[in-house]
Unconditional design. Structure first.
Length: 148
């Protein structure tokens, strides 16, 4: 698979892998001036980019960076972002500060990570019945807390 990026801002930084085997490509903030997130605040952080995958059966999933989340309480407001293969607009990262102290995002800061993922496009069907399973209608917590 090939992923082609287009810079919408000359200061934008193309996503990179921290190591050769990193699953995610780091996404960088593209800012003219620092942005401070107060505790509990959400702000949309521009990255100055858009992208085009060379296939239609892929979604570009955007995940939080574990270091920002565990050290500072800064994560994605939408948990996981989804960039559809046919979207060509600028990307923005909705950051939320779950921490107790203000957090400042600066230009070039790694704020999220991108993982391209294959997707399925199922044919949708409606039925009055579904097959029986061992679990059946057992929902949240129905399998217990410890191994059996």
């Amino acid at each position: 698979m090939k992923l082609t990026f287009k810079k919408l801002n000359e200061k934008a930084i193309i996503p990179t892998r921290a190591t050769a085997k990193s699953a995610g490509l780091d996404i960088y903030a593209c800012l003219d001036e620092p942005v401070t997130l107060e505790a509990g605040e959400i702000k949309m952080i521009p990255v100055g980019l858009t992208a085009e995958p060379d296939c239609d059966d892929v979604a570009l999933l955007i995940y939080p960076r574990s270091g920002l989340s565990t050290k500072f309480g800064v994560s994605l407001a939408n948990c996981v972002g989804v960039v559809d293969s046919d979207y060509r607009g600028e990307w923005f990262i909705p950051l939320i500060n779950h921490g107790k102290a203000p957090f400042t995002v600066e230009h070039g800061m790694r704020i999220a990570q991108l993982v391209p993922t294959k997707v399925l496009f199922p044919d949708i069907e409606v039925s009055e019945t579904l097959s029986e399973t061992e679990r059946g209608e057992g929902g949240f917590g129905s399998s217990g807390l410890v191994a059996k």
